[in-house]
Design a protein around this ligand. Structure first.
Ligand code: 13P
Ligand code: SF4
Length: 335
């Protein structure tokens, strides 16, 4: 750490954030709120962010909610407390706004599992297929995609496509398999996965279920097929949160990134939420990418308006079509 302000672009690119000490006596909540007003900035945060970031955000949501909010905001600056592909999506939807991210290195194992040049070659083998991609992809991948989807709208997106139209689904094989089962569509699947949702231990979950016989197992569709087969409810992060609010059950084993528990506990303080245990003793059910963002980095990034998400004009122009298509179908479906 340094007390000097280092704006060197190469260093910023390498570190991912501005390496500046934050005065420990500062009330960061107060300072961030001041910056929001001064700069007409909006903070959009994903449910997997640390609790302090969720608490200071103007909007907290899942991937679909965040992109809808990014498309409609009138703020001048979008501060994206999430991962890189989400901030890129916000930039594509609001290209004239400044989009900043507390740590540029906040990536995504799913997006990394599907490099655009490799996918381009793969796609050439299926010239009559259309491409549906989970939004967890790079901006360049979105230029090779016909329609994006998220875990909230994936079923509706697939069902909006004529039955005789063959589909490639990328990059999450677990979500893909779930959708094949749910919609009855036989899709060509890309073999990618999320490092967080594949870490859960079936053995430890079974033990937890024996200790809490009334607890419901709720799971994100990025989880593996064998886990989903035993789940009482499957849904996106927003779907899971809403389910815990309306369910009469009072105990839940939650198979997704542990950050969502903060909102579940806030919404239903009288209920018990148990994070599904990972294979190891590590905190592997926390996304290491999401957790690169901290309140200090959020403050520094708002103060200096860096690092910024910049995309080539052609990527925005070509890539946004697949996101717009997703938002249109979602709006028609009332999502
Ligand atoms: P949703 O926000 O669509 O539930 O997806 C979860 C996720 O893994 C985001 O990276
Ligand atoms: Fe990507 Fe998985 Fe982290 Fe979501 S939880 S950002 S899919 S690595």
């Amino acid at each position: 750490m340094t007390t000097e302000i280092d704006f060197a672009p190469e260093k910023l690119q390498k570190l991912g954030f501005l390496d500046i000490d934050v005065d420990p006596t500062l009330d960061l909540f107060e300072e961030i709120n001041k910056l929001k007003k001064e700069k007409n900035a909006i903070i959009l945060a994903h449910y997997y962010q640390e609790p302090d970031i969720q608490d200071i955000a103007d909007y907290i949501g899942d991937s679909l909610g965040l992109s809808q909010e990014a498309a409609r905001t009138e703020a001048d600056i979008i501060v994206f407390a999430g991962v890189h592909f989400m901030a890129e999506t916000a930039k594509m939807l609001s290209p004239h706004k400044k989009v900043i991210l507390p740590d540029l290195k906040a990536g995504c194992s799913l997006a990394d599992a599907c490099p655009a040049p490799l996918f381009k070659k793969f796609k050439e083998k299926y010239p009559d297929h259309i491409v549906v991609s989970y939004v967890n992809t790079t901006a360049e991948m979105k230029t090779l995609t016909d329609i994006c989807c998220t875990s909230t709208n994936a079923v509706q997106i697939i069902e909006s496509i004529p039955k005789d139209q063959p589909i490639i689904f990328a990059p999450d094989i677990n979500l893909g398999r779930y959708l094949v089962k749910k919609t009855g569509r036989d899709m060509v699947l890309w073999n990618g996965a999320c490092m967080v949702h594949e870490i859960f231990s079936m053995e430890k979950i079974a033990k937890l279920r024996r200790q809490h016989p009334n607890a419901l197992l709720i799971a994100h569709p990025e989880c593996e097929e064998h886990l989903l087969a035993t789940a009482d409810y499957i849904g996106s992060t927003t779907g899971l949160l809403k389910f815990t609010m309306r369910s009469e059950a009072t105990e839940f084993i939650v198979a997704t990134e542990a950050g969502i528990l903060h909102q579940m506990e806030k919404a239903s303080p009288h209920k018990t939420f148990l994070p599904a245990p990972p294979e190891n003793t590590c905190a592997c059910n926390e996304c290491p990418h999401m957790k690169l963002n901290t309140l200090e980095k959020l403050y520094i990034c708002m103060k200096y308006e860096m690092p910024e998400v910049i995309l080539p004009e052609w990527v925005i122009r070509e890539g946004v079509k697949s996101i717009d298509r997703m938002l249109e179908i979602s709006a028609k479906a009332g999502l």
